[in-house]
Design a binder for this molecule. Structure first.
Ligand code: HEC
Length: 137
């Protein structure tokens, strides 16, 4: 391979990865981008009080201590974990929309901004939303 040819291959690869990075940016958001609504978080708060608070306290999932362990992980993984394992005494007993509302409530406890659109209750859509700091506290 001549030097010039090697160079042009490198430039091609670099351009392709740059385009890929821009693509990802266009689709993906972080939890700071207003990814749930206030009404949804309020619904989640009621579910939390009725179900989750039996075993959990409010600030258990707030701040760097908990959220930090999820840094750079899509929120779909948190959704997956909660839908499969919680409530511990009756896993999977809530509707997907209810799990999404509970996660919206957790985001509101973390003082993340609400927005115009609800947090989706669909795994694939949640893969586009990444958990990132800064976290409250
Ligand atoms: C009957 C008790 C009980 C109820 C009700 C319950 N949980 Fe849990 N939850 C637990 C226990 C115990 C753990 C710790 C399990 C572990 O991670 O070892 C846990 C862990 C968690 C975790 C941390 C998982 C991790 O590894 O990061 C989350 C998030 C969570 N629960 C959310 C919820 C939500 C949301 C609800 C309400 C829909 C709920 N839980 C209801 C007992 C409960």
């Amino acid at each position: 391979m001549t030097f010039l040819r090697a160079l042009s291959v490198m430039i091609l690869l670099f351009t392709a990865s740059a385009i890929h990075a821009i693509d990802q940016d266009a689709d993906s958001k972080t939890i700071h981008d207003g990814v749930y609504t206030e009404a949804q978080a309020a619904r989640g708060a009621r579910l939390w009080e009725n179900i989750c608070s039996e075993c959990h306290v409010d600030d258990e999932f707030v701040g760097e201590a908990y959220m930090g362990s999820w840094t750079n992980v899509p929120i779909s993984e948190l959704f997956d974990l909660i839908t499969v394992t919680m409530p511990e005494d009756n896993p999977g007993s809530l509707l997907d929309e209810e799990y999404a509302a509970v996660i919206a409530y957790v985001l509101s406890l973390n003082e993340l901004p609400a927005g115009e659109e609800e947090l989706p209750a669909v795994y694939e859509a949640l893969q586009q939303i990444v958990i990132q700091g800064p976290y409250s506290q």
